[in-house]
Design a protein around this ligand. Structure first.
Ligand code: GCB
Length: 752
C-alpha cells in the first residue's frame, strides 16, 4: 500500500498464537498519528484523518455509549450520529466559522442534506446552484468521553469541505464521495458546548462547455464535468467517534484499519492474512494483543488468529495475522452469497481496548479474453445495470432504505452485476451487494476530461486510494475502476494519469481487477488498454449508428485486441413514458436520437435488438445497461422532462418500470411472470397495433375481452400477436402463462 503518514518510530510485532497455524509478522511502523498538517485520507491542514467505516449509533447531539455501527464498534468504541439540529445557509457568510456567529436566522436542517435537490433536476433553463453552503451545529459530547481519542467522521460531502471546531480550523477535504475524518481529541470539549462549522463548496471546476476554470477551487478535484448533477451539501451522515488511545487506526484513509487478504481461495482452503493498522496515543509503548475471530453465517466461531505487536508511544504499527481456513463456504454471487464475519479485537494487558468487525466472503475473480469472467474459477455471466446514487427530490441525500429498495429491484431484474457509477457510493450500498451476491464494479470519479496539474493527479490518486481502502473487505467488489470516458471532452491527454491510476489499483489491491470505461470513438487508443478489464460505452442506435452495428464492432475489437478482455460498461437508449411509436424500428436510421422523440417502444426495440448480439459473444466479460433508473442531469433537455437522463429501465421515481425493464427480467430472472407491453400507449388499439408480451415462461395465452387469441411459444421471451381484432370501446387484453389458478398473468385495457 502507498500513502499514509510520514514515518517516525519503529515497531515490532512478535509472537504467534491462535489455532491452525496462526502467526503474526511485523507490519512496520508508519508515523505519528497526531502529526498536524499531515495529509491523510484526503484531509489537509491540521488534523490527521481517516480510519473506520461508517457506523450507526444513536441520533442526537449527545454521545451515547454502546452504539454499534456497520464497523461493529463495541462499547470500547462509541459512534454517535451527529445528524440532527444543524443550521444551514445557502451562500457564503463572513465569520460563520466563529463560535459566536449568530446563525439564528439560518434554516434548521437534518442530515443527510443537499443544497437544493429540485434545483439540480429541473433542467438548464434554471442552472443549479454551484457555490458555497454553510452548516453549523452545537454539540455537547458526554463528559464520559474525556480521555478518549475523538474523531469527527464525514461519510460524504460534495465537493470541497472546510471544517472548524470552536472557531479553529480542522482542515479541508477535497473530493465529493469518500469518507474522511479529523482527529479532534485536542479541540473537542466533552461535557461542554462545542460549535462545529462546515463550509461546503460545489463550485464548478470547468464550465458546462467543459472548459477549465483554472482559478476555481475545484479545478484540481475530479470530476470536472460529467453527465449528472453535482449536488452540493453534507449529503451523508456525520459521526463523532470515541476510541481508546490504543486502537485500530482511524488514520488510514478512513478505512476500517483492517485488511483481510485472501490467497488461493478455493473450496478446499484459503490462506488469510489480516493486516490490522494500530495506533498508540498513550505516552508509553504498548504491547497490543490482536485477535481475529472468524464466524460463520450462523455466528459460530470457525477460526481464531492472533498476534502481538509492539506499538511505540505516539506511533502506529501493523499487526499481521495469518492462517488458513479449511473447507471455506465460498461467496458465490447470487447463487450463494455466503458471508463470514471477522471480528478483530485489540487488548492491552488483557483489557479489550478496541474492536472492528468486517465482512469476509471467500472468493476469487478472474478474466479471460476469450471466456470472460470467472468467479471461483467458474464462468459467470456478468449482466446487469449501471446505477447512480441520486433519488428524485432528494438529490444525493438518500437513506439506506432507498438503497435497499433499489437493490430489491436489481434482484427482481435478475442482474448478476452492478456498476456503481461514476464514484464511490455509500458504505451501505456495498454492504447490500455483499449480502445479495451482486458482483460490483466500483468506480472512482474521473470523468470526461482531466486537468494537467500535479494537484489534480494527486487528488485523483487520493480519491482512488480512499475508495479502495475504505471498501477493501467487500466481497462483492470485483473491479476497481479508475475512470470513465476521460477522452470524451477536449482536454489534456489523460494517458499518463490513467496508467498511473491503473498501477495504483494493483499496488493497493492485486487481488482485484483494474478497470476503465472508455467512450466510443477512442476504441483502439492506448488510454483504453491499461489495467485488466477494458470496458467500452457503446450506444449504436442511439447517439449514431444502427443497433445492428454492435456485432461488427465487437467482433472487430475482439480480432484487433485478441489478448484483451473486453466488456460493455454501458449501452442504452432513452425512453419517456409519455412518448410512443407503433413501429419503432423505423426510427433506427443511424441518426442521433437525443433531440427526437424518446419513445418507450424504441427503447424496448433497441434492447431487444442489442441484447442478443451481446449474448452471442461470450468473450465479453460483462454487459451493463445504462442505466437502471432515470437520473438528474440538469444540463440535459430532451424526452418529456428537462433535467433528466431518461435511459433508465425505470423512471426517476424509482418505481415506474418501463417496458425494457421487463425485457431484461424475462431474459435474466427465473421468477415466473408475464408482462404486456405498450400499456401506456393509449392509441395502440385505435392504431391497430400488435400485442407484445414479455415472459420467462415457454408459452403464453392471450385473450381479448375473454375470447382466446391463442397460445404463442417463444425462445427469446418475446410473444407477439398480430392482427388483433380490436373492437370499439374497451379492449381487455389478458396474457396468462399456464392454467394453474395462480398462473402468472397480466392485463391491460385499451379503449378504441
Ligand atoms: C456515457 C457516460 C454516462 C452518460 C451516458 C449517456 O457514456 O459514461 O455518464 O450518462 O453516456 O447517457 O450519454
Amino acid at each position: 500500500m502507498s500513502g499514509g503518514q510520514s514515518a517516525s518510530g519503529t515497531s515490532t510485532a512478535g509472537g504467534s498464537a491462535g489455532s491452525a497455524g496462526a502467526s503474526s509478522s511485523n507490519g512496520g511502523a508508519s508515523g505519528s498519528a497526531t502529526n498536524g498538517g499531515v495529509t491523510n485520507g484526503g484531509v489537509t491542514n491540521g488534523g490527521v484523518t481517516s480510519g473506520g467505516v461508517t457506523g450507526g449509533g444513536g441520533a442526537g447531539g449527545t454521545a451515547m455509549a454502546g452504539a454499534a455501527g456497520s464497523n461493529g464498534a463495541t462499547d470500547v468504541r462509541v459512534d454517535t450520529l451527529l445528524d440532527d439540529a444543524w443550521k444551514f445557509n445557502l451562500g457564503d457568510a463572513a465569520g460563520a466559522e466563529q463560535t459566536a456567529f449568530a446563525d439564528g436566522a439560518w434554516q434548521a436542517v437534518t442530515l443527510p442534506h443537499c443544497f437544493k435537490p429540485q434545483d439540480g433536476q429541473d433542467g438548464p433553463a434554471t442552472p443549479y446552484y454551484r457555490g458555497v453552503g454553510w452548516y453549523r451545529k452545537h454539540l455537547t459530547p458526554d463528559a464520559a468521553l474525556l480521555g478518549k481519542r475523538l474523531y469527527l467522521q464525514f461519510d460524504g460531502s460534495n465537493i470541497i469541505t472546510d471544517v472548524w471546531l470552536n472557531g479553529v480550523s480542522l482542515g479541508t477535504h477535497a473530493g465529493g464521495f469518500a469518507t474522511f475524518r479529523f482527529d479532534v481529541t485536542g479541540s473537542l470539549k466533552p461535557g461542554q458546548d462545542n460549535v462545529l462549522a462546515v463550509k461546503v463548496n460545489n463550485q464548478q471546476g470547468a464550465t458546462d462547455a467543459h472548459v477549465l476554470i483554472p482559478d476555481s477551487p475545484t479545478a484540481n478535484v475530479p470530476p470536472l464535468t460529467a453527465d449528472f448533477t453535482f449536488y452540493g451539501g453534507l449529503y451523508r451522515p456525520v459521526h463523532l467517534i470515541a476510541a481508546a488511545p490504543l486502537s485500530v487506526s482511524l488514520l488510514d484513509h478512513a478505512s476500517p484499519g483492517v485488511y483481510i487478504k485472501q490467497t488461493n481461495p478455493s473450496a478446499a482452503s484459503v490462506d488469510l492474512s489480516i493486516t490490522v493498522k494500530l495506533s498508540n496515543q498513550l505516552a508509553a509503548a504498548a504491547k497490543a494483543d490482536v485477535t481475529a475471530l472468524i464466524m460463520d453465517a450462523a455466528g459460530a466461531s470457525v477460526q481464531t488468529l492472533s498476534a502481538m505487536a509492539d506499538v511505540p508511544a505516539g506511533a502506529a504499527a501493523d499487526a499481521v495475522l495469518s492462517g488458513k481456513l479449511a473447507t471455506p463456504h465460498l461467496w458465490n454471487g447470487l447463487a450463494d452469497p455466503y458471508l463470514y464475519t471477522v471480528r478483530v479485537e485489540l487488548r492491552q494487558n488483557g483489557m479489550l481496548t478496541d474492536s472492528v468487525t468486517q465482512p469476509l466472503g471467500v472468493r476469487s475473480v478472474s478474466l479471460d479474453p476469450v471466456t470472460g469472467f470467472h468467479l471461483n474459477g467458474q464462468y459467470l455471466d456478468l449482466h446487469g445495470v449501471n446505477k447512480h446514487q441520486d433519488h428524485k427530490d432528494k438529490g444525493w441525500a438518500i437513506s439506506d432504505a432507498d438503497t435497499d429498495a433499489d437493490f430489491a429491484i436489481i434482484k427482481e431484474l435478475g442482474a448478476t452485476f452492478v456498476r456503481l457509477a461514476h464514484y464511490q457510493h455509500a458504505q451501505h450500498t456495498y454492504d447490500v451487494a455483499d449480502r445479495l451476491g451482486t458482483v460490483v464494479w466500483a468506480e472512482m470519479p474521473l470523468v470526461n476530461r482531466i486537468n494537467d496539474t500535479p494537484q489534480f493527479a494527486a487528488n485523483a490518486e487520493q480519491q482512488l486510494v480512499d475508495e479502495i481502502r475504505q471498501n477493501y473487505n467487500h466481497p462483492s467488489i470485483a473491479f476497481w475502476s479508475y475512470g470513465n470516458e476521460t477522452l470524451l471532452r477536449t482536454g489534456p491527454d489523460p494517458d499518463a494519469l490513467l496508467a498511473k491510476l491503473a498501477g495504483d489499483v494493483k499496488t493497493e489491491d492485486p487481488s482485484r481487477l483494474a478497470g476503465y470505461a472508455a467512450a466510443g470513438g477512442s476504441d483502439d487508443g492506448p488510454a483504453d488498454f491499461h489495467g485488466d478489464a477494458h470496458g467500452f460505452n457503446k450506444y449504436f442506435g442511439w447517439y449514431g449508428g444502427k443497433v445492428s452495428d454492435f456485432a461488427g464492432w465487437a467482433d472487430g475489437m475482439h480480432q484487433r485486441h485478441a489478448t484483451a478482455p473486453l466488456g460493455v460498461t454501458e449501452f442504452g437508449a432513452g425512453a419517456a413514458i409519455s412518448e410512443h411509436a407503433l413501429n419503432p424500428a423505423a426510427a433506427d436510421t443511424g441518426a442521433d436520437h437525443t433531440g427526437s422523440a424518446h419513445t418507450e417502444e424504441y427503447q424496448a426495440y433497441y434492447h431487444e435488438q442489442t441484447w442478443p448480439q451481446m449474448q452471442a459473444r461470450p468473450f465479453l466479460w460483462g454487459k451493463l445497461v445504462w442505466a437502471l433508473f432515470d437520473f438528474a442531469s440538469d444540463t440535459r433537455s430532451e424526452g418529456d422532462t428537462p433535467g433528466l437522463n431518461d435511459k433508465g429501465l425505470i423512471g426517476f421515481d424509482h418505481t415506474t418500470k418501463k417496458d425494457a425493464f421487463y425485457f431484461y427480467k424475462a431474459n435474466w430472472s427465473s421468477q415466473p411472470f408475464v408482462y404486456v407491453t405498450s400499456r401506456r400507449y393509449a392509441g395502440l388499439a385505435a392504431a391497430g397495433g400488435s400485442v407484445r408480451v414479455y415472459s420467462n415462461q415457454a408459452t403464453v395465452t392471450l385473450s381479448l375481452n375473454g375470447t382466446s387469441l391463442g397460445d404463442k411459444s417463444a425462445a427469446n421471451h418475446l410473444f407477439v400477436w398480430t392482427g388483433v381484432p380490436w373492437g370499439a370501446g374497451a379492449n381487455l387484453i389478458k396474457a396468462t402463462a399456464g392454467t394453474a389458478a395462480d398462473a402468472p398473468h397480466d392485463e391491460v385495457t385499451w379503449t378504441k
